[in-house]
Ligand binder design. Structure first.
Ligand code: P5A
Length: 449
């Protein structure tokens, strides 16, 4: 993408309404624009990152054997009356009446809708296990929407639902989700720690939240510091293996880690004092096992092996896709701007032309831009006539992990500059080698010599 043709409405000043760094940078980098309280338009740069995050979530869900689909945002109140949550959900639910006077609502979550789909189409235990998911906008009329996309009213969520014949099978689904979530967050450059939490309006008493530690997090958390040493890494897990998934769950949940909702001082006191930590965290996901809560209320049964109708065991599992942009920025930034991890970056690298209009500099930039594109790598090429300082400031603010700087002086010596946004370190090398390095970083085939 050429900067001169892009839509990147960068703000020079700090917006006064933003209290935390991620909100500030998202507004300044022209990623989002508030349309009303807690509701945002996703401008091109923000939209691109949202889609990258969504793609990682999809890939990891499919890897775990879960099946993608799409349910609507608007739901009939009748389903929620069946489960009893129409009244229970309270003022967070946005209620709407259509022209025929029918009660509708903008879905804050989809347990009822998916249970209705299940009971309409699945009747035998032979069709189990089944895990369906979608990534769709949700609405919760939060009393205090704040921090930009962190606590929005309209927000993007991946929500998945498992249906199993027995509690044991459903607990395997729970463990499988925990494993796949660990992989998902690490691909985004995040450490998200599973912590025992409270079921809240979703229900059940077996649930873990995934928290990214950050001073600006809304949750208070208590944990054994040893847990921060754990990494999922690139282990290959067989998602159908009960033992393997169980082992990962045990490894990642055996140390003390709880949100304030379930915190227990007497158990925490058993952690050696030097390892006891109290901190704040951003909740980027939550998994639940709630047994037959919805299947009992809504009559979702299957014919069991004994021929008798059996209510299915269920769980649901959510990832805050739009919130993740804020969480990643909170975890990865400096005083100049965002530092995107390679896994989610909107462009693989930036190209800064120090002298747009100079025939040689223009030609070198075009060649690099074209060579990257031929490798399937997308660069944001600043071809504008803005001064160099301004171009660098914009690149630093929007946080592309790599930058290639091209100017007449370097070109005289046959070199351009490759700079890491994270370390600030620069290296001079011939343009072809700079392209090669970017290709290596992103695991693309290096160009032919
Ligand atoms: C699990 C999926 C559920 O709703 N039902 C379907 C279950 N869980 S949850 O914890 O309530 O939400 C899942 C994740 O969504 C994000 N989230 C939000 N993101 C932005 N703004 C909000 N107001 C908001 N509320 C929830 C969180 O990341 C949460 O973990």
């Amino acid at each position: 993408m050429r900067m001169s043709r892009y839509f990147l409405p960068v703000l020079k000043e700090n917006p006064s309404e933003a209290q935390i760094v991620s909100h500030r940078y998202m507004l300044r980098a022209g990623m989002i624009k508030q349309s009303s309280s807690g509701i945002y338009s996703w401008l091109p740069l923000g939209f691109k990152i949202l889609k990258n995050i969504e793609n990682i979530v999809h890939e990891e869900q499919v890897r775990a054997g879960h099946i993608p689909m799409l349910m609507p945002t608007l739901q009939s109140a009748d389903l929620w009356r069946e489960s009893g949550r129409y009244d229970d959900y309270g003022e967070e639910m946005l209620r709407i009446t259509d022209r025929h006077g029918r009660d509708m609502l903008y879905g804050p979550t989809n347990e009822e809708l998916i249970t209705d789909i299940f009971r309409s189409h699945v009747s035998s235990y032979k069709d189990l296990p089944l895990t369906l998911y979608h990534i769709q906008w949700k609405f919760r009329d939060e009393i205090r929407p704040r921090f930009g996309v962190m606590r929005g009213r309209e927000f993007y969520m991946k929500d998945g639902y498992n249906f199993d014949l027995t509690k044991e099978d459903a607990l395997h689904a729970y463990n499988r989700h925990l494993v796949s979530y660990l992989r998902t967050y690490e691909r985004m450059g995040l450490q998200a720690i599973p912590m025992r939490a409270d079921g809240g309006p979703i229900g059940g008493d077996y649930t873990h939240e995934f928290l990214v530690l950050a001073e600006t997090g809304e949750s208070e958390v208590f944990y054994d510091s040893e847990i921060t040493d754990l990494r999922f890494g690139d282990r290959q897990i067989d998602y159908d293996s009960v033992e393997q998934c169980q082992a990962v769950l045990e490894e990642f949940t055996s140390r003390y880690a709880r949100t304030d909702e379930t915190h227990d001082e007497s158990i925490f006191a058993e952690v050696p004092e030097a390892r006891r930590r109290t901190a704040r965290g951003i909740e980027v996901g939550q998994i639940f096992y709630f047994g037959t809560k919805y299947s009992d209320a809504m009559g979702a049964t299957v014919q069991g092996p004994d021929g008798k109708p059996t209510p299915v065991h269920m769980g649901s599992h959510g990832i805050g896709v739009s919130r993740l942009l804020g969480a990643i920025i909170e975890a990865s930034h400096d005083d100049k701007g965002i530092i995107w991890p390679e896994g989610v970056t909107p462009f693989h690298c930036g190209i800064v032309n120090l002298k747009s209009g100079d025939a040689e500099a223009d030609a070198a930039c075009e060649a690099i831009y074209g060579a990257l594109a031929a490798l399937g790598l997308e660069a944001l090429y600043d071809d504008t006539s803005e001064r160099a300082g301004g171009k660098f400031a914009t690149m630093d603010l929007i946080g592309l992990p790599w930058r290639i700087t091209v100017g007449p002086r370097g070109l005289k010596n046959g070199v351009v500059e490759l700079t890491s946004r994270r370390t600030g370190e620069s290296e001079e090398l011939p343009p072809e080698q700079a392209v090669e390095r970017i290709a290596q970083i992103y695991g693309r085939a290096a160009p032919q010599a």
